[in-house]
Design a binder for this molecule. Structure first.
Ligand SMILES: [Zn+2]
Ligand SMILES: [Zn+2]
Length: 380
């Protein structure tokens, strides 16, 4: 136990008269962290003996995989306020605040008992020892995996799509599945991983998304799969990727662990895309040349009618950088453009809401019959 500070401070303005009756009642933990030698034993006037009570910390017994941990003590507000007042009153500016000191003490206690490594920066789990609720919460860091996916079919959405009528509870409308579609890229990718990692749920973050009836081909689209509350963190990703790829609808490449920060990067970066659009008319070579010439420009696109119920009505400006037409059995256009351009409407013109469009250039109504994303130009 350190000595000195308290004696010096408490005597101040006391005409040199000192008496143990002036000494505060403290628990040994508070006395030690505040550097106070002269104190009376008894119920601690700062912490109510909370600091001496390790019963909550002693219940910590994780049944999930973790390699590093941190401790976060939650104390009643009045305890923290009494601590701050005490520090102010006795001018103990050097002292460790009650939470900091307790966290530190519990870290070393737990490190020893659990034989685990403390990490205050980015631990696998935070043991939140809550003295208000009287229990311990395990705040497990989610597991983030990234990779790229190809979607080979025109029948599944990117993410789990809850039934719009019952919002997942199950109803007549959704055949009591709670979902609009039986499966999704998210579900196909996450199922084998969840069987091993045993998480509570997943969140799927793509670098943009394609419509249900659009295939995602080429090198695939970058994504991050977040596994919330995983019980297992060490995964054989190569084996899992093979397992996922047994499903012919979705293929995953380069599956690997990543930082959670990657999610924000994926969301906030603009990507150019290359599409392949099949159209419902066979065009002449002259018409294709005309489109190649006239469509490589800035497109003004008002929010399409088909998404206007869920997207705000505004005009976007996006560029088409390159168009190449191909005229075999049917006409196919390859379009290299800014992300966020609605390609079906770029073909149809969407009743004049997209300008110019393939329809407006040809002066006749042209429709996209099938669409593929050939590449998401993303170097993340
Ligand atoms: Zn105390
Ligand atoms: Zn439903």
């Amino acid at each position: 136990m350190r000595t000195g500070h308290f004696t010096r401070n408490i005597l101040k303005g006391n005409d040199g008269i000192t008496s143990m009756e002036d000494a505060p009642r403290l628990c040994p933990f508070c006395a030690d962290r505040l550097g106070i030698a002269d104190y009376r034993e008894g119920r601690c006037e700062i912490c109510n003996d909370t600091c001496m009570d390790t019963s909550l910390a002693d219940t910590i017994d994780p049944t999930f995989e973790y390699h590093t941990f941190n401790v976060g003590v939650v104390l009643p507000k009045d305890v923290v306020e009494r601590d701050e007042a005490f520090v102010r009153e006795h001018e103990l500016a050097h002292a460790h605040g009650i939470k900091t000191a307790l966290n530190r003490a519990l870290r070393s206690r737990l490190s020893e008992r659990l034989n685990a490594q403390a990490d205050t920066e980015d631990p696998d789990v935070i043991f939140e020892i809550d003295h208000i609720k009287g229990r311990v919460f395990y705040r497990i860091k989610s597991l983030a995996l990234c990779g790229r996916y190809r979607k080979e079919v025109r029948t599944i959405p990117q993410t789990r799509w809850w039934c719009t009528k019952c919002r997942g509870r199950g109803c007549e409308h959704c055949g009591h599945t709670g979902k609009m579609y039986p499966t999704s890229v998210e579900e196909i990718v996450s199922a084998p991983i969840m069987r091993v990692a045993s998480g509570r749920k997943t969140k799927f973050h793509g670098a943009g998304r394609e419509d249900i009836d659009v295939r995602m081909l080429g090198e695939g689209r970058p994504f991050v799969l977040e596994i919330i509350n995983p019980k297992v963190r060490t995964l054989d990703l190569e084996a899992l990727q093979d397992e996922i790829n047994k499903d012919e609808r979705v293929h995953v490449y380069d599956l690997r662990p990543c930082e959670k920060a990657r999610i924000e990067k994926l969301k906030n970066t603009k990507y150019r895309k290359t599409y392949r659009a099949h159209i419902d008319k066979k065009l002449s070579n002259n018409e294709i040349e005309l489109i190649e010439k006239k469509l490589e420009t800035e497109i003004r696109q008002r929010t399409p009618i088909r998404v206007s119920h869920r997207r705000s009505d505004k005009i976007r400006k996006r560029k088409v950088y390159k168009v190449r037409g191909n005229n075999n059995k049917t006409t196919v256009l390859e379009i290299y453009c800014d992300g966020g351009l609605y390609i079906k409407e770029l073909i149809s013109g969407d009743e004049g809401r997209t300008n110019p469009s393939v329809s407006s250039i040809l002066g006749t109504h042209v429709r996209c019959t099938a669409l593929d994303v050939l590449e998401v130009h993303c170097d993340l």
